[in-house]
Design a protein around this ligand. Structure first.
Ligand SMILES: [Zn+2]
Length: 120
């Protein structure tokens, strides 16, 4: 493994740990909050709780997606394929990987995919 890949692996592992603890603590916060607010029967509080829940759900979905991408990148490091585009096989520039360590597509393939899937 070269020095750059090793650097990216460390970054990815750190980011994975942070995401995992964030996902865990958010779940705990929500559970204790939901428990504390149950039984009050205040409708305005209920509405804001629901809004917070929706926001948290969206955030978790984003984090979960990122976590999956990070795990995919770590697997590619293990396979010795890290830094090469998943789609066209070209080398992904180091600058792009430094900005997004979990990137598995080069910019060309990524933007082509975005056009196809409508931004996802
Ligand atoms: Zn590509």
């Amino acid at each position: 493994m070269d020095a750059f890949t090793q650097e990216m692996q460390e970054l990815l592992l750190k980011e994975r740990d942070e995401l995992l603890s964030k996902l865990n603590s958010e779940g705990d916060d929500f559970r204790s909050e939901a428990f504390a607010s149950s039984g009050r029967g205040d409708s305005s509080d209920l509405a804001s709780d629901e809004g917070a829940y929706r926001k948290m759900e969206a955030l978790n979905a984003m984090d979960a997606k990122k976590l999956k991408a990070i795990e995919g990148a770590l697997k590619r490091i293990g396979d010795g394929k890290y830094g090469y585009c998943l789609q066209c096989g070209k080398k992904i520039p180091e600058g792009r990987l430094r900005a997004i360590p979990e990137a598995v597509l080069c910019v060309d393939c990524k933007s082509a995919n975005e056009k196809l899937s409508g931004g996802i």
